[in-house]
Design a protein around this ligand. Structure first.
Ligand code: NAD
Length: 366
């Protein structure tokens, strides 16, 4: 049987708690002889900095290099605690961005999905949810402002200044647009291109390249939308969207809004795809406000594991069964406290209980 080697980076805050539940689900898949997983746990994030002097230690790099795929929990501490770490070694700058750069994981798939049956989790009215929300938000992940040169300095007048560079080249733009066009082709044939070409020249080039590529995808209708307008449309009429594509920072922000419209960031898994390697992580952060209390929603982490099965190992059927098992737990009237706040659940359950119930449903289904 095929053995898949997975680097497991549990991360900080709620990371280890929700990672346990994702591993629980992977063990069920393994117990049903669908695959073998060799798990290599490795430190990553703020705790790795305190324990090993670096948020992405050399041993972790080696583990990731040797792995077929990487599954990663969120990293980071509260704003105050983060300031104990030198700026360049804080978890995003010192670990997450280098991980993305190392494997050129340029396409970040962030599904924003809420079936009609779970409409009660959303702060939006049921008539806006309609038959349900099913958006694939694709965020460019290795370019733009987050990766450009940065300078903090003091000018001749003694005023402090900062300069950050937003740079994209056509190779970077083409590779993510190619993925987005292909996904639009496979889904409903509509691609919303989110940009800011009225202000940013990076968007002008982005749109120009998209226009050049479009004739190769005659069955895909391209809808151009300014990012500020897209933020409004996501609230007022999210069902108009199927596949959305955008540059790095726009995607970071709009995908959190995606979590908001479906009820919780805890419902936001993601896949970070490169041509040679991929890693999988929840779209949210380490939620220090609820860490260590066994109340985090592990859906995002279990969903990220499901995306790993699908995109890295071709285990599409097993991935679907994991999604169905999670929806089944909600349909039985259970949810973690983040969703219950919106009045959606009959009974509130813990992180571990959610994972146990998903595992039990999956055992029945496999
Ligand atoms: P956050 O995403 O951690 O939390 C925002 C809110 O959503 C909080 O109220 C939190 O409790 C809630 N939330 C998030 N995930 C949840 C889940 N699974 N279940 C239930 N509730 C959930 O954002 P933040 O508080 O701004 O950031 C915390 C830390 O995470 C910071 O250090 C930040 O830098 C880091 N961060 C890391 C990543 C990453 O690892 N890729 C991404 C974003 C933020």
């Amino acid at each position: 049987m095929k053995v898949h080697r997975i680097a497991v980076l549990a991360g900080d805050g709620i990371g280890p708690e929700i990672m346990q539940e994702a591993l629980k689900v992977l063990r069920v898949v393994e117990a049903h002889d669908r695959a073998r997983f060799e798990l290599i746990e490795a430190p990553f994030g703020a705790q790795a900095y305190f324990d090993h002097g670096h948020p992405f230690p050399e041993t972790t790099r080696a583990a990731c290099d040797a792995a077929d795929a990487i599954i990663k929990g969120p990293v980071g501490l509260s704003y105050e605690a983060t300031r104990q770490i030198p700026v360049d070694l804080q978890p995003e700058r010192g670990a997450v961005l280098p991980l993305r750069a190392r494997y050129n994981t340029y396409a970040n798939f962030r599904p924003v999905v809420l079936p009609r049956a779970l409409a009660q989790f959303s702060p939006l009215r049921p008539e806006i949810i309609g038959e349900g929300i099913d958006i694939l938000l694709i965020r460019e992940l290795v370019g733009g402002l987050y990766f450009g040169a940065k300078t903090l300095g003091t000018d001749a007048q003694g005023h402090r200044y900062v300069e950050e560079t937003l740079r994209y080249d056509e190779v970077q733009i083409k590779q993510v647009l190619k993925k987005a066009l292909a996904m639009a082709q496979r889904r409903k044939g509509v691609l919303h291109n989110i940009h800011k070409s009225n202000v940013l020249k990076s968007s002008v080039l982005w749109n120009e390249i998209l226009e050049e590529m479009a004739p190769d995808y005659p069955e895909v209708e391209i809808v151009h939308m300014l990012v500020d307008a897209a933020a409004t449309h996501l609230c007022l009429n999210p069902r108009q969207f199927d596949v959305m594509v955008m540059e790095n920072m726009f995607g970071d922000i709009l995908s959190d809004q995606g979590g908001g419209i479906i009820g919780s960031l805890g419902l936001m898994p993601s896949a970070c795809l490169g041509d040679d390697k991929a890693y999988y992580e929840p779209a949210h952060g380490s939620a220090p406000d609820i860490a260590g209390r066994n109340i985090a929603n592990p859906y995002s982490m279990i969903g990220s594991a499901a995306m790993m099965l699908e995109y890295s190992f071709g285990m599409v059927a097993e991935a679907r069964q994991i999604w169905a098992a999670m929806q089944g737990v909600f349909a039985d009237g259970f949810s973690t406290p983040d969703l219950a706040q919106l009045g959606g659940a009959a009974e509130t359950i813990s992180t571990q209980d959610f994972g146990d119930r998903v595992a039990a449903k999956l055992r029945e289904a496999l």
